[in-house]
Write a protein of this length. Sequence first.
Length: 631
Amino acid sequence: MNPFEITTYKEYQDSYENAKNNPERFWDDIASHYSWQKKWSKTLNWDFKGPKISWFEDGKLNITENCLDRHLKKNGESTALIWEPNNPKEPELRMSYYELHSAVCRFANVLKSRGIKKGDRVAIYMPMIPELTIGVLACARIGAIHSVVFAGFSSQALTDRINDSTCCAVLTSDGMYRGAKNLAIKTTVDEALKSCPSVKTVVVVKRDNRNIQWTHGRDIWHHEAVENISDFCPAEAMDSEDVLFILYTSGSTGKPKGVVHTCGGYMVYAGYSFKNVFQYKAGDIYWCTADVGWVTGHSYIIYGPLLNCATTLMFEGIPTWPTASRFWEICDKYSVNQFYTAPTAIRSLMALGNKWVEGFSLKNLKVIGSVGEPINKEAWDWYDKMIGKSNCPIVDTWWQTETGGIMISGLGNLSEQKPTFAGKPLPGIEPVLLDINGREILDDGIEGHLCVKFPWPSMLRTIYGNHQRCKDVYFSNYDGYYFTGDGAKREEGMYRIIGRVDDVINVSGHRFGTAEIENAINSSTLVTESAVVGYPHAIKGQGIYAFISLEAGDHNEIDVNNSIISAVVGSIGHIAKPDIIQIAPGLPKTRSGKIMRRILRKIAEGNTKDMGDTSTLLDPSVIDSLIKGKK
Ligand code: WTA
C-alpha cells in the first residue's frame, strides 16, 4: 500500500498500528511523499514539559513548492482554485495551477520589493477573494510569517493582533461584499494602524471601487504593483521548524493567543489528513465553506487541498443570500464532490425549511463534512438525509487551531458512522480521556478531559512571544499530556466531543474566552462588573449571556444595552455581541470575591432547580434576584 493513501478500513487499522508502534518510521514514509530541498536528519524530538517539539529536523522545504511547483509539470493546466463571488451574477474565476503559481510569485515579488523578507510578520485582513489565498501563499513563498485576521474583527482587535507580533505589513482590500451588505474594510485597517507603528506597507486589493483614504508611501494598490513585476520568484529555503504562520485564537484567560505553526510538520499533516479524511481523488471538486480567517480555511481551503493538487472552491458570500439555496446552487453549479461546513450553518439552513434544498440534485457529493462544534443528532440527521441523500458519509471532524489538522474523524466512506460521534483518531494521533486526578479513563461511556499523549507533526509549537503561556495552557494541567480544553467520551473506540470544559465558549463555531468578552463589556463606562457565560442556542450552538452590574444611578435599559453592544463590537467585533444582557443588582460571589460561574451558567440555561452547594456564597439572596431577572 502507498502509506500516504488509506483506501480501505483495514489499511486505516494497519496505519494506526504502524504509527503507534513506530511513529518515526511511519511519519518518515508520509513525509517522503512531499518534495524537500534537503532531507531531514531526525524525524522527531519531543518533550511535553518544555514543551519542545520538533519534527523533520534540519529538513529544508518550501510549502508553496509542494502546493504549486510540484504539480506544474503534470497538472499545470488543472484547476487549482475556483472562486465563486458573493453576487451570483458576477462571473466566477478559475485559476489553473500555472496561473496560481504565477500570481503567487508576482505577489511575493511585490512583498519583496517592499523589503519584506523571511521571518517578517505580515497581517492579512481580507474578504474571501482569490488574493487572500494568493497573499497567504506569497508570504509562505518568501518565508514571511502570515497572520490572517478574520475580516469580521474590529479595528481594535486587528490592532492588538498586529502589535502582538509586530507585523510590518497588512494585506487588505478597499471594501467587501457579504450577502446584501457592502462593507468598508480599508477604513478599519486605517483606524487600526493609527496605533501600529511597525506597519510600513499596506497592499490594497481593489474589490468594490469605493473611495478610500490613501497614505502615500505606505499604501500600494495590488493591481498596480503586480502589473510590471516578474512572475519568477524562487521559493525561500525554510527549515522544517521555521514558523509558517501565526493564527490568533481565544483561550480562557487574557487576550487571544498567537498559535504558532511551523513549516515541515504542518505541511506533512495538512496534506495527509486532507487526502484521507475527504478521500479526495484526482478530478474531484472540493468545497470548504469556512473563512480563511480561521484555521479550517488555512488547512482545508488552502494548504491541504493544494498539497494534493486538488481543485478547491472558495466562496465569497453567505449561505442565505440571495436565497437560502445558495450553498446547494453552488454544489450543483460546480458538481461539488466533497462539501465541508459547520453545524451552525446546517442548523440555520435546516430551520429555514426543506424547500430551499428540494430541487437541487447534489448528486456529485461523495463526502460531506462538519467542523467547529458538536453536531447535534437532529442536524446530523437532516444533513445526512437532505444533503447526503442518505447515501453520503458524514465526516464529523474534531480538531483545533492548535492541532493544525483534523485529529479525530471518519475517513470518507471507509469508517463506521455513529451520529454525533466524531469517530476514531487518525493514524499517529493518540487521544486519551483523563479524570480529574489525571488518570486515564479506560471504560467506555465515561466523560473525561480529552488529552493527547504523543506528538503529531502539525501540533502548535508555542504561543507567539509567550512560551510560558503555551506551557501553562496546554501542558501543565496534566503532566506529560497535551490538554485540549474539551470534554469527551468514548464508545467502541469512537469519540464523542461534549464541548469545552474551560471558560471558552463556542458561538457558531467561533471561539471566545468569556474573560475577553467581559473585558470588552467592562470598557463601557456604565458597567462596574460583568460575567459572561454560554448557554445552549438552537442555531449557534452556544449563545452569549451577559450578567451586568451597573454604576449607581438611574439607567435606561436601551441605553445600557447599546453601550454594552458598542463596547463589544468596538473591541472584538459583531461576532461577539451578547445575545442576552441581564442587568443584575449583584453577581454571585464567594467570600474570597470569586464569581461562581457555575450558578450563572445554570441560570442562563434556565436550569435553576438544583443550584448545588451555595454555602460559600457571600450573599445567597443574589441567586433569587438573578432568577427573577432572567431574560
Ligand atoms: C470545537 C476549529 C465537536 C472544540 C477547527 C474545539 C468541535 C474547538 C469539533 C476548536 C467537532 C471543533 N465536534 N467540537 N467536530 N471541531 N470543535 O480552534 O471545542 O476554532 O476545542 O478550531 O472547536 O476551535 P478552533
